[in-house]
Design a protein around this ligand. Structure first.
Ligand SMILES: C[S@@+](CC[C@H](N)C(=O)[O-])C[C@H]1O[C@@H](n2cnc3c(N)ncnc32)[C@H](O)[C@@H]1O
Length: 280
């Protein structure tokens, strides 16, 4: 008997539809999906197809090509970008931030600084930064820090801005931090927690396509850009890292994901330790 889970090769029009979606995602996000991901592409776009009452990917692609508006393309990007993240993910980076990166870059007497969480997904990364900063640079002692958190996905940003998570997402966050910086939900929010306003208001969310044009009024003192470069090809990574460098102070650190590296890229950074780079 045939195993129902084995992926069937796509028919002619379905194959063309897949190629179109793959090219679209590459053009918009420089994320290289492969034909082998056809099952994932189909299931992630299934909701949009059902929403429009469409039966096949080919029909949905014709709709995209002929009459869809920009909002529909946002849904496609949202559906196909991977938003996996977690609180205190790759935690050594947060310790490095408070113990080494920020003390090295802040001149004596300066008590305000800004951190950018680029590709922040659903917000766990910028809120983890905020927990660490609140512990080590207390606002009550006159520190004034802000975090800009950006992503291409409007769906992820909406979740991030709400700052409400299921309780099981907090595994690994120290109990006393949860008490200090989060609130347990009651009533309709039973089983969830939210980030307390005093912390949440330090984080601003904004949609930024890292491969587009962006500039900020002042350079950041530290940039997290983790677990997103891995989706891009090397020339795109080089372009991205050079753009990030323009948004960072001299001597500032760029933190990339543990499985990412700037090795071999022509960029103005030197490696401090794996996944941690300092701008020349
Ligand atoms: C795997 S998550 C990483 C989240 C977080 N930085 C972490 O390490 O846990 C990757 C994020 O990159 C975002 N992303 C993908 N392409 C992007 C682009 N071109 N510009 C900005 N964000 C992008 C996705 O929407 C997703 O939220």
């Amino acid at each position: 008997m045939r195993d129902q889970t084995i992926t069937q090769p796509p028919s002619g029009s379905e194959a063309r539809a897949l190629e179109y979606i793959i090219a679209l995602i590459y053009e918009r996000c420089r994320i290289q999906l492969h034909l082998g991901k056809q099952q994932l592409i189909r299931s992630r776009l299934g909701k949009r197809m059902r929403h429009h009452g469409m039966q096949s990917l080919a029909e949905y692609c014709r709709f995209l090509q002929e009459r869809a508006d920009e909002e529909e393309f946002t849904h496609v990007v949202d559906a196909l970008t991977t938003n996996y993240t977690n609180f205190l993910r790759e935690e050594d980076h947060f310790r490095f931030m408070v113990e080494k990166a920020l003390p090295a870059v802040l001149p004596p007497g300066r008590r305000s600084f800004r951190v950018w969480s680029a590709a922040c997904a659903t917000g766990e990364e910028p809120y983890s930064i905020a927990f660490y900063l609140a512990e080590h640079f207390p606002l009550a002692q006159g520190w004034d820090w802000r975090i800009l958190a950006t992503d291409i996905s409007t769906r992820a940003l909406a979740a991030a801005g709400a700052g409400v998570y299921p309780l099981d997402r907090a595994t690994g966050v120290p109990h006393d931090w949860l008490k200090r910086y989060c609130q347990r939900g009651v009533g309709e929010f039973e089983g969830q927690f939210r980030i307390k306003p005093a912390i949440a208001e330090r984080v601003a969310f904004q949609q930024v396509n890292l491969l587009g044009q962006y500039s900020f009024s002042n350079p950041f003192d530290l940039i997290f850009c983790r677990n997103v470069m891995i989706y891009f090809d090397r020339p795109t990574q080089e372009q991205l890292v050079n753009s990030l460098a323009r948004c960072l102070v001299s001597g500032g650190c760029l933190l990339v994901g543990h499985s990412e590296s700037l090795n071999g890229l022509s960029v103005p950074f030197r490696c401090d330790r794996p996944s941690i780079y300092r701008k020349n």
